[in-house]
Design a protein around this ligand. Structure first.
Ligand code: PMP
Length: 397
């Protein structure tokens, strides 16, 4: 056994993948053209897997704000929020986010991953219990691990299973931390928020919802807003790296203890704070999100159109239309062939392998943007149809 023995299986899988000619995990964006197009492998591609839901990465006001901030405040803070890395703009962004969600306080983290890691690991320790949806994101699982708390998983989107597990906890349920997401990142389905909130109200505990994929997508603020469950939700986490087109993460809450969580959170304390340019573009993007409901309308038109066209092809999709649209495949060769076929037709989507996927499936995961034109959405649908036909012909031969 060497230090590297554990990589043998990975090395073998990589070799097998290389032999197919597909390089799904080595995609290099050589040059961005717009929010929805780039040069990849020397060719122009429609980007259909970027989480750039509102298409704000090239918004002129966001770009200008970032450029002005670099000039005025430099390229980085070079320090932790607890030392030299808190600029006035970090505090202003925290105020913006807290006000936006109508909550008393907000903490901003350097990434969305760190927001979940930082909140879960600081809020809970080995005496606590976290009850999470089985399909939660890796950042939530890693936060649980870092906290050392007992972790209980409930069946994905099954509020009865959650209630059963809370009931079994007896008195411990009153202090349990329940964790769900708004829109789930892989299949685009939403949590049954009303039922989850009802279980929490019946058995006790605290509820944290990660709105990473629902901020700016469902209403302005996400699933908690559109289901009117503000009062049942204690913590909302999320990211600036999707609908707001930058990087960084946040947690908002009405609980005054949030300020103590901040200083107890190692992923907050022991890393450099967000760059001034990133803060500046995020603040403008948040304002654009609030004054531009037409972006959300366009996003949903695009999402419904692509969902319909992929359903018509007989692909097995998530249960409801959403800006995350994933075709689930059980066969790795088919997944690789379709992914390569899409790329050959100028369409990039995410190829996702287990264990990052539900039920061990292979996913061709699309994410739709408000910046996609109707023609681009139709080109994505047509590319899927052609790639599917090619695969059917080659596998019959
Ligand atoms: N939460 C969820 C549900 C996510 O899908 C992601 C990223 N895909 C994150 C958190 C982490 O966000 P970031 O990439 O901004 O660190």
């Amino acid at each position: 056994m060497s230090l590297f023995s554990k990589f043998e299986m990975l090395a073998n899988r990589r070799k097998a993948l290389d032999e197919t000619g597909a390089q799904p995990f080595n995609v290099v964006v050589e040059r961005m053209i717009s929010a929805t197009e780039a040069i990849v492998d020397g060719r122009q591609m429609i980007l259909a897997g970027t989480n750039n839901y509102l298409g704000l990465t090239f918004h002129p006001e966001c770009v200008e704000a970032a450029r002005d901030a670099v000039k005025a405040e430099g390229t980085g803070t070079t320090g932790s929020r607890m030392a030299n890395g808190t600029f006035a703009s970090h505090i202003a962004l925290e105020r913006d986010i807290a006000d936006f969600f109508g909550r008393r306080g907000a903490i901003v983290f350097s990434t969305g991953y760190l927001a979940n890691l930082g909140i879960l690991s600081a809020l809970t320790d080995r005496d606590d219990v976290i009850v999470i949806d089985g399909d939660c994101h890796a950042s939530i699982y890693d936060g649980c691990q870092m906290s050392g708390a007992e972790v209980i998983r409930f069946r994905h989107n099954d509020a009865d299973d959650l209630a059963k597990r809370l009931r079994r906890l007896g008195e411990r349920a009153a202090n349990a931390l329940i964790v769900t997401e708004g829109i789930y990142s892989m299949l685009g389905d939403r949590a049954p928020m009303a039922e989850i909130a009802a279980a929490k109200r019946e058995y006790g505990g605290y509820l944290l919802v990660d709105e990473a994929h629902s901020l700016g997508v469902l209403g302005e603020r996400g699933l908690v807003e559109v289901t009117d469950e503000h009062d049942s939700v204690d913590f909302i986490t999320g990211t600036f790296s999707k609908s707001l087109g930058a990087t960084g993460g946040f947690c908002v809450s009405d609980l005054p203890e949030l300020e103590l969580v901040r200083v107890s959170s190692r992923p907050y304390v022991f890393t450099a704070s967000m760059c001034p340019s990133v803060i500046a573009s995020t603040r403008v993007a948040l304002a654009v999100l609030q004054r531009s409901p037409e972006l959300r309308d366009q996003l949903w038109n695009n999402a419904n159109r692509l969902y319909d066209s992929l359903s018509e092809l007989g692909l097995s999709l998530g249960p409801e239309p959403s800006p995350v649209i994933a075709a689930m495949l059980s066969d790795v060769d088919e997944a690789l062939a379709l992914w390569s076929g899409l790329l050959a037709r100028g369409v990039y989507v995410n190829l996702v392998f287990p264990p990052a996927t539900p039920n061990g499936s292979y996913l061709l995961r699309c994410s739709v943007s408000a910046a996609h034109t109707t023609e681009q959405i139709d080109q994505i649908g047509a590319a899927f149809a052609d790639a599917q036909k090619d695969y059917a012909t080659s596998s019959a031969a």
